[in-house]
Every structure is written in structure tokens, then in C-alpha cells.
Design a protein around this ligand. Structure first.
Ligand SMILES: *[C@@H]1O[C@H](CO)[C@@H](O)[C@H](O)[C@H]1NC(C)=O
Ligand SMILES: *[C@@H]1O[C@H](CO)[C@@H](O)[C@H](O)[C@H]1NC(C)=O
Ligand SMILES: *[C@@H]1O[C@H](CO)[C@@H](O)[C@H](O)[C@H]1NC(C)=O
Ligand SMILES: *[C@@H]1O[C@H](CO)[C@@H](O)[C@H](O)[C@H]1NC(C)=O
Length: 411
């Protein structure tokens, strides 16, 4: 009886979380979609069309410009790579744009210390109209991806019914597991069901997916960043607890390096996505990135915060009448990340606060490192008043850590 109970407990424990051992911290890398979309015009635009050549160029940049060594290791294909299915129903890539095939690209990525991600869609067609993965093709497609040595699958949800998705996503998770190859699983499922309970069961998602898209696609504009942020904040009581090591909310790609964001806004997206413990998928032309944007994306302290091993998603903790918002993410070693964000449109704002006002109450002395400027603010106690100067649509981000426990030292 005891043994039976123990076995049962083991089984129960196993079904609680997706157990492929992957993505204990949010994935980092490059994903084609936001910047390169479904550009298949290789005749007129050979340098920017979706082709194996584009992915090899980005792979080279990831290595040569230091991205890989900072953790940006995923090189992810999105829609518009598929040529069709062969006589046995097996997926084949577009022969003209991917003449050497996906296995060749995976080998190329692996030879450089990178990982290859691929895209399919749970439905009749992908969102751009290429052959999708219908329920009867789930097992075969999972096996094909494993044979090609793919490392991540993003499974979109166009052209299917809610019932087909409810059957298909768990079926794909099981099929990927059955291949024996560890393949990270990115599910667009919740975004197709409105992103909220009861239509979305986040406990189930955490059992079958490593990350999931909750909400709309990001577009190359600040409005789009704000609409995503607003939705995540409006529902943070639901979304914050469901994220953790191996299973992440995904507010979608970083726009940094593209056309829609100012420098302040680029810093803000990076800071806010890091508070959200979001995947860091760049989607930009790595061949033409400015030094300023590179400095944001390659900031070692912000990457360390994003990749904190506790994997706790942060929250918005203040929403002031002055249009200043404060966000906090708890980190390992009793540290925290704080982001002071301005929605103002007038001029730099002097925001006064204290750690006590931000609910810190631990009788510690803290030090804060300003993540973007590198300045260090020492001797912060709970009641110390401080002022941060926040630019319109910009952030000040702090890495805050205790240096002395006052109660202990008084004993
Ligand atoms: C498959 O699932 C089992 C049980 O959750 C897990 O131990 C194993 O690592 C998984 N294998 C792969 C390849 O994902
Ligand atoms: C959500 O999924 C979990 C895990 O599969 C299951 O135990 C639970 O009953 C589901 N909740 C609802 C409301 O369906
Ligand atoms: C300290 O803060 C925590 C979390 O913010 C809160 O739960 C706790 O009640 C606070 N303690 C005191 C003494 O105010
Ligand atoms: C901090 O500022 C508040 C007013 O905002 C003031 O009441 C308080 O005395 C100040 N604390 C210190 C330690 O200066």
C-alpha cells in the first residue's frame, strides 16, 4: 500500500510540469518573423528573403558579434519555409529557398554552438497559407523535426477549431517527447483562445509547453509594445504565478534594432520584458545593428537579471497619478530588479520614493546598480528618500541587493 502510494505520488509529480529539462531560464536568440515576415521574393530581395542563406548569415552574426556567448543561442525559423509534403506525407522545405534542407541548417547551427528552431501550425494551413499540421500529421511531423535535429518547435494556431487545438497541442507535446530528442515546445495556443481562464488552462499549458504566446503579435511600433504591456499588467494576477523554470509567458519578440522604437523605448522594452521573465528573441537585422541598440541587447547585467535562476516573473507594484509606474522582480540572493517607467510625454520626470514606499521592509541596507548607466547608489535603507529621473517613454532600471542586515548586526 505504501509502495503504491509512493508510485502514485511519483506519477502525480511527473504530470505537474513539462519535464523535458529545457528552458530552465527564458530562451534567448533570434527569430525571423517580426523583421523578415513572409518575404519570399528572393529574386528581387535576395539578402532579406526567407531562405537558408538568411539563417546562415544570422548564425554567423550570432557567433561573430558575441551574441552566442551572452546566451542568444536559438536561431529560429518562422512561417514560410515549407515547400509541401512528399508522397509519404513528410514535410519538405521550399526547394528553391532551402536547397540544402533543414537538417543541413541544423548541422550548421550546431557546428557553431547554436540551436535551430522551426515553425509549424496546428491546423490545415499555417497563418501564411503553407501546409499545416493536421491531427493525423502530428506524430509524423514531430518525427521529421527530430530527424532533422531541430531543437525548438513554435506551433502556431491558425486554421483550426478550438477543439482541434485542445487535442492537437497535448498530442504534439507527447509526440515530441516520444521522439526522444529534447525539443523545446513553444505554443501559440492560448493567444487563439483569448489568453485567459476559463478558455485557457495555464496548469495544463505548463505541463505540455515550455513557453506560450498569450496575446497578440507584436508589430514594429511603441503602441504595440504598450498594448501588450497593458494586457499583461491588467491580467498580472493570473499570468504572474504561472511562469517559472521550464514554462514561460511569452509577450513576443524584441523590436530593438528595427524602425518603430526610439532609444528610450528600446531600453524600456528590454527592461520591461526582463521584469516579465520573457524570452529574449531578437527579430532584427543583425547585419546592420547600431552600437547603441547592441549595447541594450548585450547589457550583461540585464541579461543576468532576465536569466535569474529563480525564474520568478515580476509585477507592476505602483501605478502613480503622475504616469510613473514601478515594476519589481524578485531575484536570487535576496536581490531584486526595479524598473521605474514613465508614460509621460512632456520632459524628464523627477520621481521621489523610498524602498519602504515600494514595500521593502526588511531592515537591510541596500546598494543599487543602475543597469543602463552603471552608476551605483549606496547606503539605501528602507526609509531613505531617493529621486530617479525618468525620460518620457523611458525607464530607469535598478539591480538592488542587500549589503547589510541591520537587525543581525545590532544583535
Ligand atoms: C519525456 O517525458 C518524460 C516524463 O515526463 C521525461 O522524463 C523525459 O525526459 C521526456 N523526454 C523528452 C525527450 O522530452
Ligand atoms: C486544468 O488542467 C489541469 C492539468 O491537466 C487539470 O488538473 C485541471 O482539472 C484543469 N482545470 C480545468 C478547470 O479544466
Ligand atoms: C513586509 O512585506 C511583505 C511583502 O511585501 C508583507 O507580506 C509583510 O506583511 C510586510 N511586513 C511588515 C512588517 O509590514
Ligand atoms: C522622506 O520624504 C517624506 C516626504 O515625502 C518625508 O516625510 C520624510 O521625512 C523623508 N524622510 C527622510 C528620512 O528624509
Amino acid at each position: 500500500m505504501l509502495l503504491k502510494t509512493a508510485l502514485l505520488l511519483v506519477l502525480v509529480a511527473q504530470v505537474l510540469m513539462l519535464d523535458n529539462g529545457l528552458l530552465r531560464t527564458p530562451p534567448m536568440g533570434w527569430l525571423a518573423w517580426e523583421r523578415f515576415r513572409c518575404n519570399t521574393n528572393c529574386d528581387e530581395d535576395p539578402k532579406n528573403c526567407i531562405s537558408e542563406w538568411l539563417f546562415m548569415e544570422m548564425a554567423d552574426r550570432l557567433v561573430q558579434d558575441g551574441w552566442r556567448d551572452l546566451g542568444y543561442v536559438y536561431l529560429n525559423i518562422d512561417d514560410c519555409w515549407i515547400g509541401g509534403r512528399d508522397a509519404s506525407g513528410r514535410l519538405v522545405p521550399d526547394a528553391k529557398r532551402f536547397p540544402h534542407g533543414v537538417a543541413f541548417l541544423a548541422d550548421y547551427a550546431h557546428s557553431l554552438g547554436l540551436k535551430l528552431g522551426i515553425y509549424e501550425d496546428m491546423g490545415k494551413l499555417t497563418c501564411m497559407g503553407y501546409p499545416g499540421t493536421t491531427l493525423d500529421k502530428v506524430v509524423q511531423d514531430a518525427q521529421t523535426f527530430a530527424e532533422w535535429k531541430v531543437d525548438m518547435l513554435k506551433l502556431d494556431g491558425c486554421y483550426s477549431t478550438p477543439e482541434e487545438r485542445a487535442e492537437g497541442y497535448p498530442k504534439m507535446a507527447a509526440a515530441l517527447n516520444a521522439t526522444g530528442r529534447p525539443i523545446a515546445f513553444s505554443c501559440s495556443w492560448p493567444a487563439y483562445e483569448g489568453g485567459l481562464p476559463p478558455a485557457v488552462n495555464y496548469s495544463l499549458l505548463a505541463e505540455i509547453c515550455n513557453l506560450w504566446r498569450n496575446y497578440d503579435d507584436i508589430q514594429d511600433s511603441w503602441d504595440s509594445v504598450l498594448s501588450i504591456l497593458d494586457w499583461f499588467m491588467q491580467h498580472q494576477d493570473i499570468l504572474q504565478p504561472v511562469a517559472g523554470p521550464g514554462h514561460w509567458n511569452d509577450p513576443d519578440m524584441l523590436l530593438i534594432g528595427n524602425f518603430g522604437l526610439s532609444l528610450e523605448q528600446a531600453q524600456a522594452q528590454m527592461a520591461l520584458w526582463t521584469i516579465l521573465a520573457a524570452p529574449l528573441f531578437m527579430s532584427t537585422d543583425l547585419r546592420t545593428m547600431s552600437v547603441q541598440n547592441m549595447n541594450i541587447l548585450q547589457n550583461p547585467l540585464i541579461i543576468k537579471i532576465n536569466q535569474d535562476p529563480l525564474g520568478i516573473q515580476g509585477r507592476r507594484i505602483r501605478k502613480e497619478k503622475s504616469y510613473i509606474e514601478v515594476f519589481m522582480r524578485p531575484l536570487s540572493n535576496e536581490a531584486s530588479a526595479l524598473v521605474f517607467f514613465s508614460r509621460r510625454t512632456d520632459m524628464p520626470y523627477r520621481y521621489q520614493s523610498s524602498l519602504a514606499q515600494l514595500n521593502f521592509n526588511r531592515s537591510m541596507t541596500y546598494e543599487a546598480e543602475d543597469v543602463y548607466s552603471g552608476d551605483v547608489i549606496s547606503g539605501l535603507r528602507d526609509e531613505t528618500n531617493f529621486t530617479v529621473i525618468i525620460n518620457p517613454s523611458g525607464v530607469v532600471m535598478w539591480y538592488l541587493y542587500p549589503i547589510k542586515n541591520l537587525e543581525m548586526s545590532q544583535q
